[in-house]
Design a protein around this ligand. Structure first.
Ligand SMILES: [Zn+2]
Length: 168
């Protein structure tokens, strides 16, 4: 590539932040938990408050993506999604020596609703709860000692209410 054709991008830190200090505090690197949940913006405050205040986990590694752990329940239909999420989770388990995983699925999930044709025979809330169990089982196949907790974030009167999902 000739010099004329190169694209130069100039980044000026002063232009990025409007505040007086362009520097932000880092969080602690002391953590032993990963939390995986949906990216739906309506639920983010509830997810964070639930993990911090109810589960008493102040510092954790989040994976936030549409549909949360949905790739575990649709490995055949969406193998790339599964490989990507599994790569992330297993990397953190090994590299950060995680002791605990928290998986949360939620009611009225737009991502699951987008995939509704993949699951014609089951109600979405049931499918989402089944996927939490499928995810737990898959992780325990490779990492039998890690603690896993799974939660359902339901809606009532426009508020979010968490219940733990367990094998019955
Ligand atoms: Zn969602």
């Amino acid at each position: 590539m000739s010099q004329e054709n190169k694209i130069f991008i100039e980044v000026k830190p002063d232009n990025i932040t409007s505040g007086e200090s362009p520097y932000y505090e880092m969080d602690s690197d002391s953590f032993d938990t990963m939390v995986v949940h949906c990216a739906d913006p309506r639920f983010q405050t509830a997810f964070k408050k639930f993990v911090a205040e109810e589960l008493k986990i102040k510092n954790y590694a989040p994976i936030v993506l549409g549909g949360g752990i949905h790739p575990f329940g649709s490995q055949k239909a969406l193998p790339v999604n599964f490989e990507s999420l599994w790569d992330q989770i297993s990397f953190f388990i090994k590299a950060a020596k995680l002791k605990q995983l928290i998986f949360i699925n939620h009611e009225d999930c737009k991502w699951y609703n987008r995939l509704i044709d993949l699951y014609p025979d089951v109600d979405l809330p049931v499918k989402e709860k089944e996927d939490l169990m499928t995810t737990m089982a898959r992780v325990h196949q490779d990492f039998p000692d890690i603690k896993i907790r799974t939660f359902w974030a339901g809606l009532k009167d426009n508020r979010v209410c968490f219940t733990e999902v367990k094998h019955t």
